[in-house]
Design a protein around this ligand. Structure first.
Ligand code: PMP
Length: 390
């Protein structure tokens, strides 16, 4: 009797879907020590190479000296420090929004925004490939929840025709597992025709896309009327932790009043916010990072094309190699690891059934020689994979 956890775990293992946590014994960077082995990694979201940047590290230490270690309390009690506040002002400035609200994580930002904005009697419409945190929030909100076909304004329109109450359309900016871009101008125009609001989670575009690095929304020059709710995260290109929601004065005040994951949690350590302010400065001062990253993306795509591998339609640092079968994806990942390269296999339920992949990510900390090494290792590891009988 009781909970049969062992059968559940055994079934997951048998389906090649068991997840493991590689143990990192070095700072986050492209050169890692994992489980005692030195590896060149292509699977972090540290797109600009800031997670282990000496100036960001120094700022975090300075932040601890100035603001102490912990947030101490929730923002509304006594946990909202000057470090958090300055970061919010800088994020509002970068995104061109009247205000921004700092959240402790992207998962919580998405939970907070969606559950505060829609509830029973309302409608939430989401791209079917949206990040899990968005989908979870949609379910939790109690609103009518429907998914439209990936990046398909026509499919969205069909659902908008049937929507009732306040309607929120939610999409990733850069899709986290495919690297492709949301068709924001068309999606926003469709939503506006129906009086719906659009929320964009640009976790993977923020810092990488747009003339100033403010993401896909900046790239398309979309204003508040097009994208009233903009989410960005700080644990990826910015190399630290946390997230923010940017929008109108009224939106931010509404979230401060009603977003439960904002109200009922301790603020992030202020030193983290202090370090993120330095990341924002580096984004401004070291434009070469985004240029170098773009050059690496071009080099990788050209090289993979020459190997005859199929690439996704992605202009971003996320360059997945679609494998399909989970076991094959694990075998390829293991083959690369034997050659000193680390790329985790991404399998269901993170991605749809039959679409296991190696989610290659590039970073401004990689060199051209690193990319060439990856391409060579890929060629060798692919050659030793058993014939695909699927
Ligand atoms: N949104 C997207 C699109 C993401 O990929 C992620 C993290 N993988 C999140 C939100 C969650 O952000 P965080 O890690 O800060 O909780």
């Amino acid at each position: 009797m009781g909970f049969d956890l062992s059968s559940r775990l055994a079934a997951r293992r048998a389906a090649h879907l068991y997840r493991q946590r590689p143990l990192l014994e070095s700072p986050q960077d492209v050169q890692l020590t994992v489980d005692g082995q030195p590896l060149l990694a292509f699977c972090s979201n540290d797109y600009l190479g800031l997670a282990n940047h000496p100036q960001v590290a120094e700022a975090m230490i300075e932040g601890v000296r100035r603001w102490g270690c912990g947030g101490g309390a929730s923002h509304l009690v006594v946990g909202h420090s000057g470090a958090h506040h300055q970061l919010e002002e800088a994020l509002a400035e970068l995104t061109g929004r009247p205000r921004a609200l700092l959240m402790s994580s992207g998962y919580m930002a998405n939970m907070g925004a969606i559950t505060a904005l829609v509830g029973q009697g309302d409608t939430v419409l989401q791209d079917r490939l949206n990040h899990a945190s968005l989908l979870d929030a949609g379910l939790l909100s109690g609103a009518r929840f429907s998914r439209y076909l990936h990046n398909d304004p026509h499919s969205l329109e069909q659902r908008l025709d049937k929507a009732s109450g306040n309607t929120l359309v939610v999409t990733d900016g850069v899709f986290s597992m495919d690297g492709d871009l949301a068709r924001l101008p068309e999606l926003c125009a469709t939503a506006r025709r129906h009086g719906a609001w659009v929320m964009v989670d640009d976790a993977h575009g923020f810092g990488c896309l747009g003339p100033r690095g403010a993401g896909l929304v900046e790239h398309h020059g979309l204003g508040l009327e097009d994208v009233p709710v903009l989410v960005g995260t700080l644990g990826k290109a910015f190399g630290t932790a946390g997230a923010f929601i940017a929008g109108s004065e009224e939106l931010i005040e509404t979230l401060i009043q009603f977003a439960r994951p904002y109200i009922y949690t301790t603020s992030q350590p202020p030193a983290v916010a202090w370090a993120t302010l330095r990341s924002l400065q580096l984004l401004r001062d070291e434009g070469w990072r985004r240029e170098h990253l773009a050059a690496l993306i071009r080099r990788f795509r050209a090289g993979v094309g020459a190997l005859g591998l199929q690439l996704m339609d992605s202009p971003t640092p996320i360059q997945p190699l679609m494998i399909g079968d989970s076991e094959r994806a694990l075998q390829l990942s293991a083959g690369l690891r034997r050659r000193g390269i680390m790329i985790t296999a991404i399998r269901p339920p993170t991605v749809p059934q039959g679409t296991a992949r190696l989610r290659v990510t590039l970073s401004a900390s990689h060199s051209e020689a690193d990319v060439d090494r990856l391409l060579e290792a890929l060629q060798q590891a692919l050659a030793e994979l058993p014939e695909n009988d699927g």
